[in-house]
Structures are given as structure tokens and as C-alpha cells.
Design a protein around this ligand. Structure first.
Ligand code: PLP
Length: 389
């Protein structure tokens, strides 16, 4: 092992760099989760979480990765054989589809090219064609972390309403919550699925379901088998600040601190910061004469950018070179785009100079890689960052 001085740059789109404040907040004795000191922690966290989801409804916290919260959303609301509508926006949508199939749901999986988000017009057309309301739920990944395309959730809500369809609406915000504006209540989402290790700036290990009244009603009729993921015992225990089984206590300390940080900065400023860093990154990519994977500017992700390498070149070789030489991790290409793209994560606890360092690491990697590109990406980004607020 070579010793690397200074900080490692963790520029994958999650897990993200955990801020020192959050690390220090976790460095605490684990307390009795059934003792009197515990309830205050939960009761401070839950209202703070609701603000981030923009909901007045319930939010459930699981000691699990995001995948667990995906499963929880389905098993709490649906029954075996239920038809659901999903969109192949990329790798994560494909994984969620896999869980739905494993659970015995009948998935209508709308194919996609991995360069666009879910199309609101397609949502409306599919739901309008479903005259008997056989489709019980529509599931969309908000920010498709494998491609850097963000689906327009507000417009998709509009499409469901335009079709006059009663299906539940479930959205994965694992890599957008705390980075890209999201409105659980306003967009009448029934279950929002989130995780700790991306925009929320925590280590991996927590995940969330934000739940509408309609979803809660659906959970009473739902027949998919469930035990660990069952919402009701969570909701009952959470009322007094407790959990039905051992919570991830030290991650909850971390969550409390991260929520305070988001509150101090203000969500609108958090979103503007992500938007600005995404724009600076895209300017660098264009100056390098490389191609952004996402083809619809209205769907550019503010939390990451996926970049195609020229034909005949290996994106993972570039990533390996940058890791070895500059101690920076970039996101790998997943699924259908493996080897073809690398991803720059610009989400979470991140600022202008960290972005400048990140882009400098990519540009120096390109210089050493022998890949065809134009220098000047860092300059283009700095020009933008220096002038734009
Ligand atoms: C990271 C991610 C997941 C998977 O979450 P895990 O915590 O790895 O289980 C799911 N969906 C999206 C959009 C993600 O970015």
C-alpha cells in the first residue's frame, strides 16, 4: 500500500464525503435505546427529516441501506400479482424492478435508453390506456445515479392526474434528497424512498420511507409478506421516540447533526449550490470535448455528471489511473454503460475548491491517459465559479 498524504477525494455519487461535524457527532457512547435519554433524539430528528422531504406526514427510519427501503415501500403497500408501472431510466431503476419481480409483482417496465428520465407523456399514455385501473402503483427513480438524468417528478404527478388514474406514486430520491428540490406533499407522492449516504452526508446504513395517508391506507389491505419492514410498529413506537427493534443509534446522532447543517445552510441554498456545481462540471466536460451521458438539458442531474469516454477507450482504466495517481475515487459505469462512462459526484458536503480539485484531478488523469480530449475544462469551470453566484 502506498501512503497518500492529505484527504482522499471521494467523488463517487455516494457514499459522499462525510463532514467532520457529522463524524464528531457520531463519536459518542451508544446509549440505551429503551432508556429515558433516547426519546429526545428521535423526537428531534423526525420533524427535521419531514422538513427535508417537505412533508407533514410520517417518515420511517430503517437501519438498512437504500435497497431495504425500496423493498419496504413495496411490501407495505402492494399484494402478490399486483401490476405496477416502472421506467428503465438506468441501473437503479433496473434494480428496483428486480426487487418488484422477486416479490411477485407484475411489472410493466417501460424501456429506456439510459440517457433520459421517465417521460411524463409516456406515464400519461400508459395510465390512460389502463381503463380498468389494473396498475396499482407508478414507480420512478428521481435522480438516476447511474446516468445523471433526473426525472421531472412534478410533471409526472401532473401526468398521473391528467390520466385521472388512482395508482399510488412511489419515488426513489436516494441520490437527490438534500441535493435537488423535492416535494413529497406537493407532488402527492405516496412513498418516497431515501438513504443516508448521499445528499444527507451520512455514512451508509440508514434508509427512509416518507408515507402519505393514501399509502398508509393501502398498507392495511396490502398482502405481500412483511415483518421487519412493517410500517405500523415503527409508527407506533416512534410516537414516543422509540423503535420496535434496535436502531442504528450512532447514525441517528449523525443524522441529527446533518439535519442541523442542512437547516443552517437552508435547503434553497443547498439546492442552488448543487445546481451551480453541476453547471460548472458540465462546462468542464464540454471544454474537454467529451460527451455528457444525459441528453435532455431539462433532466441534467445536479448531484452527479456521467461522462462518456471516446469509443475504444476504457472509462475504468481512467478511473484506476486517477485513483492510483491522485487518490480520487470517481464513480464507475454501471450495468449497460460499464466501461463507457465515469461519473463525477458533486453532491453532499462540497464546495467550490473541492470541485476545482476534483476537476483538476480528472483533467490531469485525462492528460496521462492518452485519451483524446481538449485541455481547458478546469479553466472553463473556474471562470464560471469565479463569476457566478
Ligand atoms: C445508491 C442508490 C440506491 C441503492 O442504495 P443502497 O444504499 O446501495 O442500497 C438506490 N437508488 C438510487 C437512485 C441510488 O443512488
Amino acid at each position: 500500500m502506498t501512503y497518500h498524504p492529505g484527504r482522499h477525494f471521494l467523488q463517487i455519487p455516494g457514499p459522499t464525503n462525510v463532514p467532520d461535524r457529522v463524524l464528531r457527532a457520531m463519536d459518542m457512547p451508544t446509549i440505551d435505546h429503551r432508556g429515558p435519554g433516547f426519546a429526545g433524539l428521535t423526537l428531534e430528528i423526525l420533524p427535521g427529516l419531514k422538513k427535508v422531504f417537505k412533508t407533514e406526514g410520517d417518515v420511517v427510519i430503517y437501519p438498512a441501506s437504500g435497497t431495504g427501503a425500496w423493498e419496504a415501500a413495496l411490501v407495505n403497500t402492494l399484494s402478490p400479482g399486483d401490476r405496477v408501472l416502472m421506467f428503465e431510466t438506468g441501473h437503479f431503476a433496473t434494480l428496483w424492478h428486480g426487487i418488484a419481480s422477486d416479490l411477485g409483482l407484475e411489472v410493466e417496465f417501460v424501456p429506456g435508453d439510459w440517457r433520459h428520465g421517465a417521460d411524463p407523456a409516456e406515464v400519461e399514455a400508459r395510465l390512460s390506456a389502463d381503463k380498468n385501473h389494473a396498475i396499482k402503483s407508478v414507480m420512478v427513480v428521481h435522480n438516476e445515479t447511474s446516468t445523471g438524468c433526473a426525472s421531472r417528478i412534478g410533471q409526472i404527478r401532473g401526468a398521473i392526474d391528467a390520466a385521472g388514474h388512482p395508482a399510488l406514486f412511489m419515488v426513489d430520491v436516494i441520490s437527490s434528497l438534500g441535493s435537488i428540490d423535492y416535494r413529497h406533499d406537493e407532488w402527492q407522492v405516496d412513498v418516497t424512498v431515501a438513504g443516508s449516504q448521499k445528499g444527507l452526508m451520512l455514512p451508509p446504513g440508514l434508509s427512509f420511507n416518507a408515507i402519505s395517508a393514501k399509502a398508509l391506507a393501502a398498507s392495511e389491505a396490502s398482502k405481500l409478506p412483511k415483518s421487519f419492514w412493517r410500517w405500523q410498529p415503527m409508527l407506533d413506537n416512534n410516537k414516543d421516540g422509540y423503535f420496535p427493534y434496535t436502531p442504528a443509534t450512532n447514525l441517528l446522532y449523525a443524522l441529527r447533526e446533518a439535519l442541523r447543517m442542512l437547516d443552517e445552510e437552508g435547503l434553497d441554498r443547498v439546492f442552488a449550490r448543487h445546481r451551480r456545481h453541476a453547471e460548472a462540471t458540465r462546462r468542464a466536460v464540454r471544454a474537454w470535448d467529451l460527451e455528457i451521458l444525459c441528453q435532455n438539458p431539462d433532466e441534467y442531474s445536479d448531484s452527479l455528471t456521467a461522462i462518456l469516454v471516446p469509443d475504444g477507450h476504457d472509462a475504468d482504466a481512467l478511473r484506476k489511473l486517477i485513483l492510483g495517481r491522485f487518490d480520487m475515487s470517481l464513480g464507475t459505469g454501471l450495468g449497460k454503460v460499464a466501461g463507457k462512462v465515469f461519473r463525477i459526484g458533486h453532491l453532499g458536503d462540497f464546495n467550490d475548491l473541492m470541485l476545482a480539485g476534483t476537476l483538476a484531478g480528472v483533467e490531469m488523469g485525462l492528460m496521462r491517459s492518452g485519451m483524446p480530449f481538449c485541455p481547458g475544462g478546469v479553466d472553463a469551470a473556474l471562470e464560471y465559479l469565479a463569476r457566478e453566484d
